[in-house]
Design a protein around this ligand. Structure first.
Ligand SMILES: NC(=O)c1ccc[n+]([C@@H]2O[C@H](COP(=O)([O-])OP(=O)(O)OC[C@H]3O[C@@H](n4cnc5c(N)ncnc54)[C@H](OP(=O)(O)O)[C@@H]3O)[C@@H](O)[C@H]2O)c1
Length: 305
């Protein structure tokens, strides 16, 4: 068996214990072992969750041989989400959730009782669950959503709002063609009945004036990246502002929104909530995103890990 790195090492557990891990290339400082390790302890589960660097050329062999590794499944991170989708689609076409199929990217993989591969994209659940918990009074009907960015994470956010049934979604991106393409692709894939369109970043002032919800899904504002240079002045007073960047915990965008008295939704909650469905699949308990877990992650981020 290859070595799993992380908080929990499989050797510490008897052979019968359920095991899972996060894979990526490079895997770096993934926070997933901290999240799942917390839940394993909290629920007294005899299981293990580690992390594993898997190169792109090893991915197929890895996913098709999870039992050989003693794994019930895994989380998938950059750059494997799209390739993992294609591998599961080939191995078990029935094993993809409708959402995974629409997004053509997966982040959570598990085996069923017959040993068949299944996969889902839980980033959508992660963002929407945290959004609903942060703004409990929010209702999708009639809402105009403005999403900045058209990369991998934007796909999940746009899909979440389309599924929720908002009225309008505009995707504003530096590379404008990508915004148009994403809006059209997801509108069709999810049979979205509202209005979906793309735009360039220069249209932001006019778009902000008509937005009920603003979400940053770009890397801008992340520690080590340029700031998201945006003036929220045109935004309606009761708008909700979300940022999926979680390092730093409170981005300049969220600070500006808070200063205007807007409702804000941070990025850490999405990270915590996206882990819930995977844990339930592998370990049989639907875990709770507690304040204690959040503080554990906050401390880790603040220490600059
Ligand atoms: N909270 C969570 O659980 C969670 C989950 C997933 C991702 N994230 C965060 O979300 C962010 C995006 O991740 P991703 O996987 O979607 O990345 P990605 O696929 O590389 O997309 C990056 C996006 O940022 C835009 N961008 C990058 N540099 C820019 C610049 N200088 N000016 C204007 N736009 C710029 C890109 O525009 P172009 O298309 O023009 O290049 C693209 O829309 C990261 O910070 C990541 O950590 C958070």
């Amino acid at each position: 068996m290859h070595e799993l790195q992380g908080v929990f090492m499989p050797e510490e557990y008897p052979h019968s214990a359920q095991k899972a891990c996060v894979i990526g290339w490079p895997i770096g400082h993934s926070r997933s072992p901290m999240i799942h390790g917390y839940w394993l302890r909290r629920y007294g589960i005899d299981g293990a969750y580690g992390k594993r660097a898997v190169q792109p050329e090893e991915l197929e062999d890895f996913l098709l041989n999870l039992p050989r590794e003693g794994l019930a499944g895994c989380n998938i991170t950059v750059p494997h989400k799209e390739a993992a989708f294609r591998i599961v689609e080939q191995a078990n076409p029935q094993g993809l959730t409708p959402l995974a199929r629409a997004l053509a990217a997966v982040n959570t993989v598990w085996l069923d009782e017959a040993g068949m591969l299944h996969a889902d994209n839980t980033d959508v659940h992660g963002f929407m669950a945290h959004f609903a918990a942060s703004v409990p009074a929010w209702r999708a009907a009639g809402q105009r959503v403005l999403v900045i960015g058209a990369g991998g994470a934007a796909r999940a956010i746009v899909a979440g709002f389309m599924q929720a049934g908002v009225a309008h979604i505009t995707i504003a991106n530096r590379t404008e063609e990508k915004a148009h393409a994403l809006a059209a692709e997801l509108q069709q894939a999810l049979d979205f009945r509202g209005n979906a369109k793309g735009a360039g970043l220069e249209a932001l002032p006019q778009l902000l004036a008509r937005a009920d919800v603003l979400v940053n899904t770009t890397t801008l504002g992340m520690t080590g990246q340029p700031a998201l240079d945006i003036d929220l002045a045109p935004l309606p007073d009761d708008a909700v502002v979300a940022d999926i960047v979680y390092v730093p915990l409170k981005t300049a965008l969220l600070q500006q929104a808070e200063a205007r008295g807007a409702h804000t939704v941070d990025g850490l909650g999405m990270l915590l909530h996206q882990a819930v469905p995977g844990f339930e699949r592998w370990f049989g308990v639907r875990p709770e995103v507690t304040g204690e877990l959040r503080r554990l992650l906050e401390a880790d981020i603040e220490q600059g890990h």
